[in-house]
Design a binder for this molecule. Structure first.
Ligand SMILES: [Zn+2]
Length: 179
């Protein structure tokens, strides 16, 4: 019996992302807001940047604002305004809305490679997500209803035992899928 072992690391969704060409990667990738802000003076102008990073850590500076250096009041005002969305984002993160950054796959693709069993090891620090939702988002050829059926038929196990679709996936869990 061919079997596949995977590790899935679950992340909270990073709210701001942008797709653009990364010269480091050499193709179009997704950059995420690192939440780091910088001010750089260039002659009389002051640039305020947000540091965005691609998955491989290459950076891209998104210009948020430009000021003349004599407008120091405007700058400090902008700084205090900038803090508000920050706070909102942190709160929003804590309230949930998590998504995952993992490689999706289809069971039919695995089946065509004679793989009959997949073990998925979960690393999860803070992501709150149900088993059925996690699998529905990452198995491209099964709907959530189909996944729920598979869980009920014990074709999907958690830690070698029976689970429920609404089970919240925890760090260290092993999800087994029989294809
Ligand atoms: Zn890159």
């Amino acid at each position: 019996m061919n079997q596949l072992s995977l590790t899935w690391e679950l992340y909270e969704d990073r709210i701001d992302s942008v797709k653009r060409y990364c010269s480091g990667c050499g193709n179009k990738v997704t950059f995420y807001d690192s939440m780091i802000r910088r001010h750089n003076a260039n002659g009389k102008k002051i640039f305020q940047y947000a540091i965005y990073k691609c998955e491989k850590g290459h950076t891209w500076n998104k210009v948020l604002n430009k000021y003349l250096s004599k407008e120091s009041n405007a700058l400090s005002q902008a700084d205090s305004l900038e803090n508000n969305p920050y706070m909102k984002k942190d709160k929003y993160k804590n309230e949930g809305s998590q998504r995952l950054t993992i490689n999706k796959f289809s069971l039919s693709e695995l089946s065509s490679k004679d793989i009959e069993r997949v073990d998925i090891f979960i690393r999860n620090e803070s992501c709150k997500i149900r088993l059925d939702n996690l699998l529905a988002e990452n198995l491209t050829d099964l709907s959530r209803t189909q996944i729920q059926k598979k869980i009920k038929k014990q074709r999907i196990l958690v830690n070698e035992g029976v689970s429920k679709p609404k089970y919240f996936v925890k760090n260290g869990d092993k999800i087994t899928i029989f294809i």
